[in-house]
Design a protein around this ligand. Structure first.
Ligand SMILES: Cc1cc2nc3c(=O)[nH]c(=O)nc-3n(C[C@H](O)[C@H](O)[C@H](O)COP(=O)(O)O)c2cc1C
Length: 142
């Protein structure tokens, strides 16, 4: 049963990551959307205290990976621990993701207690055409 209007919003769960020469960071994000069709752009809303936001500010680029329903443990690792304390990104592409996008930062908008990073998609690949994207809804994810 829905408890309020926000519960009716449905999102996916994604790994958003970024790196400079010296550091890398990544997190789980539900607030990801396609923000333009031509050229293709993707946007993500991040809390400014996230280490990943700090690295995006420096690198001006980020990647987005689409988690499969089977990858809840990976989502928990990226969503419950900060890159400040844990090395989450053993490899740039997380094993088992359905697809990834590489984006160059082209816009940055303050949005209340979050910042929206808008990225131009410069590379993308579908890795598993049979995958089922994880969903985030009613504050639960599955
Ligand atoms: C399912 C899920 C979705 C999340 N979505 C977002 C989001 O859209 N934006 C955000 O800033 N944090 C989101 N978080 C919280 C971050 O993933 C979490 O704070 C993370 O530890 C930050 O890591 P970092 O400090 O390495 O960047 C989400 C967490 C979970 C579990």
């Amino acid at each position: 049963m829905y408890k309020n209007a926000f519960d009716c919003l449905v999102q996916g769960v994604y790994i958003v990551s970024s790196c400079t020469e010296n550091e890398r960071a990544g997190l789980a994000a539900a607030w990801v959307m396609q923000s333009a069709f031509k050229p293709a752009m993707l946007a993500v809303a991040l809390g400014p205290t996230r280490k990943t936001a700090e690295v995006i500010e420096k690198s001006k680029k980020f990647s987005i990976q689409v988690l499969d329903k089977k990858q809840k443990e990976i989502g928990e690792l990226f969503g419950y621990y900060s890159s400040r304390n844990v090395e989450k990104l053993k490899l740039p592409i997380v094993e088992g993701v359905i697809a990834y996008f590489e984006c160059e930062l082209v816009g940055r908008f303050e949005s209340g207690d979050h910042v929206i990073y808008n990225g131009l998609v410069v590379n993308h690949k579908l890795l598993n055409p049979h995958g089922e994207p994880m969903l985030f809804s009613m504050r639960d994810w599955f």
